[in-house]
Design a protein around this ligand. Structure first.
Ligand SMILES: [Zn+2]
Length: 167
């Protein structure tokens, strides 16, 4: 009886929806949940990288900080695995950002270049960890920062030069 119900629900419409899942997801995006960066990050993905509607968006406090911590590492990698296995993503795009609460904020660093260096180092470690688990995928790294023009926020996403992967 259950099987019958299941097959009656399996209309071509559902099949198509399910099909989209395996063919149209290009990237898995990992980012911090910091609200200040959400819109800018999505605009960057949609407009600059041309990935609108083609990515899984995994937003967690501290982003890669969860990979650095051995207590949360495997839980997070396990979540990545869902996108990789079920949505067949081609690449993983990792964002970290300036003034991240999980890193103690910008005030924890003497200079903004120190903050950039420390977080870039973790980005590099994250790529290595993710790369070991998903060898067939390319991993791209971005560091988000904010500058101000009067009261207006200007967002900037850079690929730290020494750890750049061409898109
Ligand atoms: Zn953050």
């Amino acid at each position: 009886m259950l099987a019958e119900n299941k097959s009656s629900q399996d209309t071509p419409k559902h099949a198509r929806l399910s099909n989209e899942k395996t063919h149209q997801c290009d990237a898995l995006v990992i980012t911090c949940n910091d609200f200040r960066f959400t819109t800018a990050t999505q605009e960057f993905l949609n407009n600059r990288l041309g990935l609108e509607g083609k990515y899984d968006y995994l937003s967690i406090p501290g982003s890669i900080r969860n990979l650095m911590d051995s207590k949360t590492r495997y839980l997070v990698l396990d979540k990545f695995d869902v996108s990789v296995r079920l949505h067949h993503v081609n690449r993983i795009i990792i964002f970290a950002h300036q003034d991240c609460t999980d890193y103690g904020g910008s005030s924890a660093y003497k200079e903004s270049t120190d903050e950039f260096k420390a977080i870039s180092k973790d980005l590099k470690k994250a790529r290595s960890l993710v790369g070991k688990n998903f060898r067939h995928l390319k991993v791209y790294l971005y560091y988000g920062s904010i500058s101000y023009n009067n009261q207006k926020r200007i967002f900037n996403f850079t690929q730290p030069e020494h750890i750049k992967t061409p898109l």
